[in-house]
Design a protein around this ligand. Sequence first.
Ligand SMILES: NC(=O)C1=CN([C@@H]2O[C@H](COP(=O)(O)OP(=O)(O)OC[C@H]3O[C@@H](n4cnc5c(N)ncnc54)[C@H](O)[C@@H]3O)[C@@H](O)[C@H]2O)C=CC1
Ligand SMILES: O=C(O)C(=O)COP(=O)(O)O
Length: 466
Amino acid sequence: MATPKEILNPLRNSVSYSLDASPTATFHSPPATGSFMASLAMRAAAKQLKPFNTEDIKILLLENVNQTGRDILTAQGYQVEFLKTSLPEDQLIEKIKDVHVIGIRSKTKLTAKVLQEAKNLLVIGCFCIGTNQVDLEYAAKQGIAVFNSPFANSRSVAELVIAEIITLARQLGDRSLEMHRGTWNKVSNKCWEVRGKTLGIVGYGHIGSQLSVLAEAMGISVIYYDVVSLMAIGTARQVPTLDALLDEADFVTLHVPETPETKNLLSTKQFELMKDGAYVINASRGTVVDIPALVKAMRAGKIAGAALDVFPNEPAANGDYFTTDLNGWAEELRGLNNIILTPHIGGSTEEAQRAIGIEVADALVRYINQGTTLGSVNLPEVNMRSITLDESNHARIIYIHRNVPGVLRKVNEILGDHNVDKQISDSKGDIAYLMADVSDVRHEDIKDIYDSLDSLSSRIMTRVLY
Ligand SMILES: NC(=O)C1=CN([C@@H]2O[C@H](COP(=O)(O)OP(=O)(O)OC[C@H]3O[C@@H](n4cnc5c(N)ncnc54)[C@H](O)[C@@H]3O)[C@@H](O)[C@H]2O)C=CC1
Ligand SMILES: O=C(O)C(=O)COP(=O)(O)O
C-alpha cells in the first residue's frame, strides 16, 4: 500500500509527455522509419496524468524489443529492464511478480499460471502480431490489458514468402549448400519458373492479402481459402474449402493464427490431396503443420519442397538449439532436400521491428497514462478526450469490473458527490471497462473514491490517474 507521500508524489521521475486521447483519433501503423523523433515530440503537449495508487512504473522488456520502443518507455520516466531473450517459466514467474508492464514477442508464454503471480501487472505489450502466447481470457479476467501490433510486420513476412517461392521452385537452397561444400551441380531437372503457377494462400488476412498482391505481380495465379468470406484483391479467387485449394495449388502457404482449429491443418490427409510435386510454406505458427507427416510426404516425393519459419518448440535464445532435444524430428528435417529452415525471422526486419517498437510502446504509454484501451485485443476498446493542462483538479477514474447488473448505479453513487465531466463504459463478454473524469477533486477525495470503488464486489481493477 502506498504511503501518503507516495500517494501525493508517485512516478517521481516522470517527464511530461502524454498523448492527446481525442475520441476521434484513429490508429495508423506508424511509418516504418524517420518518425521516431516526431513521435516523441508529438507527445509534449497534453497533461501528464499520474497513477494514484502505484509507485514508479516498472517495465520488463523481454526478447530484444526494438530500441524505438525502449526509448519511448524510458522517456516517460518508467523504470525499464531490458533482456535480449525470453525467460524459462520459473525465472519469468519470479520477475513478473514485481512489474506493472511486461513487453514480449512471440516466445514468452504468459499462461494463467504465470499471470496469477503477476500481482502488479496492468498491461502486456506483445511487440509482434500473434497473441496466442498469452492467455488473453485469463488476463482480461484479471483486468490486464493486452496490446499488439496488428500489421507492422505483415509486409516483411509476405516478402519472405515471395523469396521462398522462387527459392523452392529453383532449388536454390540445395544448390547454394552444394557450392558452399565445393560442389558444382548444374541442373534444370524439376526446376521451374513461377510464372503461370498457382499459389494457394490459407488465411487471407493482413499477410495473406499482401502476399496475394506481390505474387500476382510475378504472374502467379492466386487462390485462397479463409473461414470468412473476404474480398479478393486483383484477380485472386476465394475457394470454398481447404481441400479445393489443396487440389489446385502448386504452392500452399499458411497464414492463419494458432488456434485449436488450425492445429495440424496440414497433415497426412491434406498432403495426399495436394498435387504431386507441390510445395509447402509455413510462416504462421509451428503447430499448423504436422511435421512428421510432412517429412513422410517429402521422402515419398509427393511434396517437392518446403519452407518452415516456425516450429512447435522454439528456443528462448540464439544458439545451437535446433536439435532433437527441442523437437524430436529435427535431424530428419535437416536431412531432407529442398527444405528451407529459418529461425522464425518472418517479421525480423529493421523496418518492421522499429515500427512495432513505436506502435506498441505508444499503446502502452496511452494505457498507462490515459487509460485508453483502443487497440486492446482483450478488453473493450474505450477512449475519452484527454484532461487538459488547465483542468488542474481533475482525476480520471478507471474501473474494470465484472459485467453484472447494478454496477453503474453503485459506481455513480460513489462518484455522485463530485462533478463528473465525462464518462464512458463498454463491455466485452464478462468484462466491462468504465472511465470517468471528475473535476474539483482534492487528493483526499481521490483516496476516498479509490477505496470506495476498490471495495465493490464487482471490482476487477481500480485505477485513478490525476
Ligand atoms: N513468421 C513470423 O515471423 C510471423 C508470423 N505471423 C503469424 O501469421 C499469422 C497470420 O497473421 P496475419 O495475416 O497478420 O493475421 P490476420 O488475423 O490478419 O489473418 C488471419 C486470417 O486467417 C483466417 N483464419 C483463421 N482461422 C482459419 C482457419 N481455420 N482456416 C482458414 N483461415 C483461417 C482469418 O479469418 C484471417 O483472415 C499470425 O497469427 C501469426 O501467428 C505473423 C507475423 C510474423
Ligand atoms: O508477429 C508475430 O506474430 C511473429 O510471429 C513474429 O514474432 P517475433 O516478434 O519474431 O517473435
